[in-house]
Every structure is written in structure tokens, then in C-alpha cells.
Design a protein around this ligand. Sequence first.
Ligand SMILES: [Zn+2]
Length: 89
Amino acid sequence: MCGSTGSRMGGLDFESIRHRVKLRRDTGEEQLYENRDDVSCPVCGTAFSEALATSERRCQLSPPAGVDICIVREEARTVVFTHAPADGH
Ligand SMILES: [Zn+2]
């Protein structure tokens, strides 16, 4: 669910899982991480697909329909976790 921010402030820590995900892209303003190890999302507790960390204040994400996202807002950046829908195969 998008927009469920702020309910669990304080316990979220992207730094603690960053070493477990793989950096795929770093533009200086944005870092895109790929979750290859079923690392749990710090917001909802289920494994996420990708994490996008950005220092931009504004959120320009437009995820495809069916993709759930979780958002962690830190002082200097925002981290967005995407959850791709289960394929069911
Ligand atoms: Zn999540």
C-alpha cells in the first residue's frame, strides 16, 4: 500500500539491510538496489523486489498497476521498496 508512512517511525533502518542487497545503479542522486536474497522489507516484513533510495524530496514514482510499494522517509533521503506481484507459477 502506498501512503502508509509514519506509523512505525524509529524502527526502520535501511542501513542495516543495505549490505544484503546489490547496488544496480547509482546516479549520485538515486541508488537502485536489487534484492536477490529475499531480504525482508523493513516496512511490511515481506521480501521486496527492489529498493530505490533518492535524495530528491518529490516522489516521481509511477509503478505499474499491481505493484505494491513501501516508503521509508529519512532525514536526507527517501527509500522506496517495490513489491512485484507473485507470479503464481
Ligand atoms: Zn514492504
